[in-house]
Design a protein around this ligand. Structure first.
Ligand SMILES: Nc1ncnc2c1ncn2[C@@H]1O[C@H](COP(=O)(O)OP(=O)(O)OP(=O)(O)O)[C@@H](O)[C@H]1O
Length: 303
């Protein structure tokens, strides 16, 4: 079984009589990419600040690597890298010199600079002054700095905020490589489901300070999966076959619309269609249903 990297119990933070985080139970396993999802003001940054020991919880318990944060703060945080808000850097210095300043504080080996530049794909750009970097490159430099101390856990607060699509894509593929290639567990926050869906294994959805959903992305997709749309050569006959197999369904604009069903059942039906001489051009899931499911969750319709 996977060991637990972050576990919070009854975590709570109150600001001026108002709870920003309430009874939060986070559970993050080793090697996971955990997507921490919620609308603006839901309490993501407050939670992350507590996990990093930057602010004190009003009550509750935080365990990281099986140890209580309150009692073993320095020992734990030595193994945690983070990027909260925009990274700070010296614009007139190049990437190597910026990283060197942090490396000295952390007392990391000099060779680590080239390693982290390679991980974030900034090799070749290291001699340019950082003020000429794109926003995405600056963000990757921030992640490189967070990796300097060879952390086992990386915590990133909205790392793609403000980036253009190619910048978002670069950060996403970088994050996805970290567990398998570098053994790092990642907690990444976002307010966009589409983003978390594409990189995380597990998702925790927070609303008004409370966890309203915590499960694997696969399970979320299963729960949220909508109708299937099949484009086939003979829609009427295909629908008849689906009905005979107990799948139900209807026709819409020459597409066979089937209700949600398991992957195994979809595979069986398609196999049968093909064996019966149907050409299957396309199998689509109505993707907006995941967004709808998320909205339902954050608006309080599903718990
Ligand atoms: N220092 C503070 N003093 C008072 N209230 C605060 C403070 N920091 C956060 N809050 C409040 O706590 C709530 C949660 O804020 P938080 O920044 O954690 O949310 P978030 O999910 O990270 O949202 P965003 O994506 O907008 O940063 C908000 O209502 C916010 O106004």
């Amino acid at each position: 079984m996977k060991s637990t990297v972050i576990k919070t119990t009854g975590l709570r933070k109150v600001y001026r009589g108002r709870a920003a985080v309430e009874h939060l139970e986070l559970n993050i396993g080793r090697g996971e990419i955990y997507g921490f999802l919620g609308p603006n003001g839901a309490g993501k940054t407050t939670t992350i600040r507590m996990l990093l020991g930057l602010i004190k919880p009003t009550s509750g318990r935080i365990e990281i690597f099986g140890q209580e944060l309150r009692k073993h703060r320095l020992q734990i945080l030595r193994k945690v890298g983070s990027l909260v808000e925009s990274p700070s850097y010296y614009g007139h210095l190049n990437a190597v010199d910026n990283l060197e300043a942090i490396r000295r504080i952390l007392d990391a080996p000099k060779s680590r600079i080239a390693e982290v530049l390679d991980i974030v794909s900034l090799t070749g750009e290291e001699k340019r002054p950082v003020k000429g970097f794109s926003l995405g490159m600056k963000q990757r430099l921030g992640i490189a700095a967070a990796l300097l101390g060879s952390p086992e856990l990386l915590i990133l607060d909205e790392p793609t905020n403000g980036l253009d699509p190619s910048g978002i894509q670069e950060i996403r593929s970088l994050i996805k490589r970290l567990p398998a290639e570098h053994g790092i567990t990642v907690l990444v926050s976002s307010h966009l489901l589409s983003e978390i869906e594409q990189m995380a294994d597990t998702v925790g959805i927070i609303r008004q300070g409370k966890m309203v959903y915590q499960d694997t992305i696969a399970h979320l997709q299963e729960q949220a999966a909508g109708d299937l749309r099949l484009a086939v050569s003979e829609p009427e006959a295909a629908l008849e076959l689906a009905k005979r197999r107990g799948c139900g369904g209807s026709l819409q604009e020459s597409r066979v619309i089937l209700p949600r069903m398991s992957d195994a059942r979809v595979a069986l039906l398609i196999k049968e269609l093909v064996e019966n001489g149907h050409a299957v051009y396309r199998v689509e899931e109505r993707r907006q249903s995941l967004e709808q499911f998320f909205l339902q969750v954050v608006e309080g319709g599903v718990s």
